[in-house]
Design a protein around this ligand. Structure first.
Ligand SMILES: [Fe+2]
Length: 209
């Protein structure tokens, strides 16, 4: 047996072919690698395609239906490099009028859930733990008591982070000791407030628990 070496791409069928291509190009700063009347392939990195669309054409009823809740994919998740990138992405998307439907401090990740024009959900996240630490956390009592996490205010996070103030209490769940710290500071704001910047929300060594 061999496991897959990576996750490669996701393909959506849509009645909003043009709108979806435009939205994903903008949100992911993606490039269209191929496009015809039936298919479009987009990529945002060195993979040949990360997201593709099958054009279902106009909806028969006129109005294109949105994804209905129920059986099937709930969301697809993408990881950003660090908190600075996630905050900057939040601010960039906000300038398009695109806001997260749900912002959640999961504990092992900090996550913003967005919906595309068809209603497909995606999670934009940063990792807050290394693999071993995340594994311990997911097997522990706090996760058993609350496997989802807590909501947070991304606007408050962005504002405070940009001011160079610590944001540990917004990044971590209130039941995590890290939430009481003052370590996560925007690096370029670190000279104005608090201790020197560390971590900045990026992946931490699993030995740092
Ligand atoms: Fe997720």
């Amino acid at each position: 047996m061999a496991a897959p070496s990576k996750f490669a791409h996701v393909v959506y069928q849509t009645h909003r072919f043009e709108e979806m291509i435009e939205w994903y190009q903008r949100i992911f700063e993606a490039t269209v690698r191929h496009r015809d009347d039936k298919l479009a392939f987009l990529s945002y990195d060195d993979e040949h395609h990360r997201i593709a669309f099958l054009n279902l054409g106009p909806a028969e009823s006129g109005a294109a239906p949105k994804k209905a809740p129920g059986v099937g994919v709930h969301h697809v998740a993408y990881t950003w490099k660090d908190l600075g990138e996630l905050v900057d992405t939040y601010k960039r998307l906000k300038t398009y009028g695109v806001l997260p439907a749900v912002p959640i401090r999961h504990g092992l990740t900090l996550s913003l859930y967005y919906q595309d024009p068809d209603g497909n959900m995606m999670e934009f996240q940063i990792d807050l733990m290394g693999m071993e630490e995340a594994d311990r956390f997911m097997r522990g009592p706090a996760f058993a008591a609350n496997p989802v996490g807590e909501p947070f205010d991304p606007e408050q996070l962005a504002a405070r982070y940009d001011e160079g103030k610590p944001v540990d209490d917004l990044v971590f769940r209130s039941d995590q000791p890290e939430s009481k710290g003052h370590a996560i500071v925007r690096p370029d704001g670190a000279n104005r407030h608090g201790p020197p910047a560390v971590a900045a929300g990026g992946p931490r060594k699993s030995s740092s628990a």
